[in-house]
Ligand binder design. Structure first.
Ligand code: MLC
Ligand code: AMP
Length: 501
């Protein structure tokens, strides 16, 4: 295998044409223009160096041409891209910057100054340089380094069974494998057009939408956030032929369509119907939702399963049966097996076991955390912690092995992390956080607290308190004050008992 690759930024793109790569507000960027911009940016990043040598460069900006330029420019110049959550609270950003040992942060040209003030003051305190994309667009184009495909390329923070998020590091080869399997499985085409409204600190938006589209030469229409009105107008105008979202977004769209006058509803539904593909993922798509979407739009949702550490692993087929309530079959090049509690591979159908994954798509390591990396692999298989069974070859997700992981609107949240923050509240003596089934969010963050003597706490006041301490989507949707938490003989909180409440 060729072990070097000069990512320009992706080898497969025909950059010499004038096809539109990105719609960013009123501006359109052709592939030629984007390529030139990436070269200028990567040269600016390099400055006097010839290779960034895995320097961790963070960026803080919504979906925009600046975002694409920064991500691909860092890759081109040999750095590690660390996209930050633009909705995060400053303590979360501080943790990510310190953990990744970030040296520079890039912000977008059109980012409103007031939205950056807290970031600037944080970075001043940490001694990290903040640079604007405009300052890095060099007029002199430098020679880019030759990169080994095993070179670290990206770090994404994932919440999970530990109280602080872990930095998931993927190499250029991992990213290439994650993209190319989807190009094949979902039949990506150069003439595809897709809206991108998902957050860009997670693989769903980064790999499945942005990178797949730019690799193949398709068109991406960028939205800084999920803007229902604009997105549905685009669907009505037949601007897109591929649509990818989390189940919550399909629930929200159905709710919106039900409120619209019939003629417009019909036009939007026809817009979805005419697309070649509607995909749901990042959380379970309930059968009810799959059926509702089909009834309303005539589209059969294609559900797939993935994880930050593996990219996409399992998918319903593009051609062939797309089964409701099932995530389909392993993707090309991805090895998937189910393991029983004794650590043996389950061969047949209908027995649940842990999903474990092998392949070039699987991440390299948790950043600066050898122990966590070692603990998550057994005999070369990455242990996902998700439980599934096979039914005539199709995988059905049954749940997760940890109650401390919550999936809300497609975001994976750590109950332990939220508990850790709530425990710093002056009134909270004890607390336990769980995800409670919810039609819109999949699971809704619910906090059970025991208060200190003589203290009281209202939900509204707690939400306000949380605003400066955690991302908005982690803030508990429900608060229950209890006299005591149900604990077992070892003193451990019995979360299943809380679920019953
Ligand atoms: C927003 N809110 C949420 C939330 N998103 N609450 C819980 N869970 C969420 N996911 C809250 C806000 O704080 C606010 O609360 C209220 O809902 C309205 O906010 P909004 O910003 O107007 O909401 P909206 O724009 O509609 O956002 C919903 C959403 C968003 C579904 C578009 O959550 C989203 O983009 N989710 C996708 C996440 C994603 O990409 N995950 C992929 C991870 S990768 P209040 O109280 O102020 O009203 C992965 C691997 C894989 O999982 O397989 O893909
Ligand atoms: P993240 O680490 O944020 O990438 O989230 C990955 C997790 O999302 C997986 O481990 C699963 O628990 C969950 N997930 C992703 N896709 C699906 C799906 N189609 N059905 C059920 N769970 C899913």
């Amino acid at each position: 295998m060729d072990t070097t690759t000069n990512l320009r930024p992706f080898p497969a793109i025909n950059y010499s044409n004038n096809k539109v790569a990105l719609n960013d507000g009123a501006a359109q960027w052709t592939y030629t223009e984007l390529r030139q911009r990436i070269d200028r940016f990567a040269s600016g990043l390099l400055g006097k160096q010839t290779d960034l040598k895995e320097e961790r460069i963070a960026f803080f900006m919504p979906a925009s041409v600046d975002y694409a330029t920064t991500l691909l420019g860092i890759w081109r110049a040999g750095g590690i891209a660390v996209p930050l959550n633009i909705a995060a609270a400053m303590p979360e950003i501080e943790y990510a910057l310190s953990c990744a040992k970030v040296t520079r942060i890039v912000v977008g040209i059109s980012s409103p100054a007031e939205s950056l003030t807290p970031l600037y003051s944080l970075c001043r305190g940490l001694g990290i340089t903040v640079v604007n994309v405009s300052e890095l667009l060099s007029d002199k184009i430098l020679v880019m380094p030759e990169l080994n495909i095993g070179r670290r390329a990206m770090m994404l923070f994932t919440s999970g069974t530990t109280n602080k998020p872990k930095g998931v590091v993927t190499t250029h080869n991992n990213i290439r494998a994650q993209i190319t399997t989807l190009l094949e499985a979902w039949n990506w085409q150069e003439n595809d057009s897709i809206p991108l409204f998902l957050p860009l600190h997670h693989i769903h938006g980064i790999i499945n939408v942005l990178c797949c589209a730019l690799w193949i030469g398709a068109r991406v229409t960028l939205f800084p956030r999920f803007d229902m009105g604009q997105i549905l107008t685009g669907v009505e105008d037949r601007d897109y032929n591929v649509f990818m979202a989390v189940p919550t977004i399909y629930v929200k769209i159905i709710g919106e369509l039900e409120k619209l006058p019939e003629p417009r509803r019909k036009r939007i539904c026809a817009g979805f119907k005419d697309m070649r593909l509607n995909i749901s993922g990042s959380a379970a798509c309930p059968v009810k939702l799959y059926n509702q979407w089909k009834e309303l739009t005539g589209q059969t949702l294609l559900e797939r399963y993935g994880m930050t550490e593996i990219g996409m692993g399992i998918s319903n087929p593009y051609l062939g049966e797309r089964r409701a309530g099932s995530v389909g079959v392993p993707l090309p090049g991805v090895e998937v097996a189910l393991f029983d509690d004794a650590g043996n591979i389950i061969e047949g159908d209908d027995s649940p076991g842990e999903i474990r994954v092998r392949g070039e798509n699987v991440f390299l390591e948790y950043w600066d955390n050898v122990q966590a990396t070692e603990d998550s692999f057994i005999d070369g298989w990455f242990c996902t912690g998700d439980v599934a069974l096979r039914e005539s070859g199709y995988y059905r997700i049954m749940g997760r092995s940890s109650v401390d992981i919550i999936k809300s609107g497609g975001y994976k949240l750590s109950a332990l992390e939220i508990e850790g923050t709530l425990l710093t509240h002056d009134s909270v003596a004890e607390c336990a956080v769980i995800g409670v089934e919810d039609e819109t969010w999949g699971e809704a963050v619910t906090a059970f607290v025991v208060l200190k003597p003589e203290h009281s706490l209202e939900h509204a006041a707690l939400k306000k308190w949380c605003e400066t301490r955690m991302s908005p989507y982690k803030i508990p949707k429900h608060l229950r004050v209890l006299e005591s938490l149900p604990r077992n003989a070892m003193g451990k909180v019995m979360k299943p008992e809380l679920k019953k409440l």
